[in-house]
Design a protein around this ligand. Sequence first.
Ligand code: CMP
Length: 228
Amino acid sequence: MVDDINEVLRKAPLFEALDEEDTAALRSSVNEVRLGRGQTLFNEGDEGDRLYVILSGKVKLTRTAVDGRENLLGVLGPGEMFGELSLFDPRPRTASAVAVTDSVLAGLGHDDLRPFLSIRSQVSLQLLKALAERLRRTNDVMADLVFTDVPGRVAKALLELAEKFGKEGDDGLHVHHDLTQEELAQLVGASRETVNKALAEFALRGWLRIEAKAVVLLDVERMRRRAR
Ligand code: CMP
């Protein structure tokens, strides 16, 4: 655990700006959270007083409509952070966080982090950068919902997952996303049937191979062009 935390404090952009003394001070307020696959960390609407950095595993952020339908905002992996919105704007959680695979997280109390925001402008800048990136991506997702067809959105989602979780293999880029077809559809904002049809079409063209909770991208360039 201590190794994990040291590793993450060293690597996570949020903590890059801290010197050794700050890191040591902050480390004592970090707690480890272990989640089993499918376990919920918090629900949309809960009070939130901690942010989390993923040490290992994958966590999905979801919102549920009144009729029960789910929208998957994103899937985060090692080094990524979430739960910071209620740090800047103390209101209830804007999404639920659920482990997609067994996961280990480092939790950091907002109250412990807040003092660093005023004395270490680099920490504030890193948090603002993360927020800016999230806003950019959200704008892209919104524009795609209006302007891009479902196959284009599927291609884009797979490329984004590939950037985070892809591993180069002899036969292509292996993307072990760990999402069910239903979750993939929630991520793309379309029905499972339409998303399956798009995947089958890509497979037929030889652009990818479908595996259980994974895809192997065989022609990344074609996928990129389809995602435009
Ligand atoms: P918070 O509202 O504290 O808890 C839910 C978290 O989900 C939120 O902080 C953000 O860290 C994260 N989150 C909310 N919206 C998005 C989004 N559109 N993309 C990625 N992460 C998000």
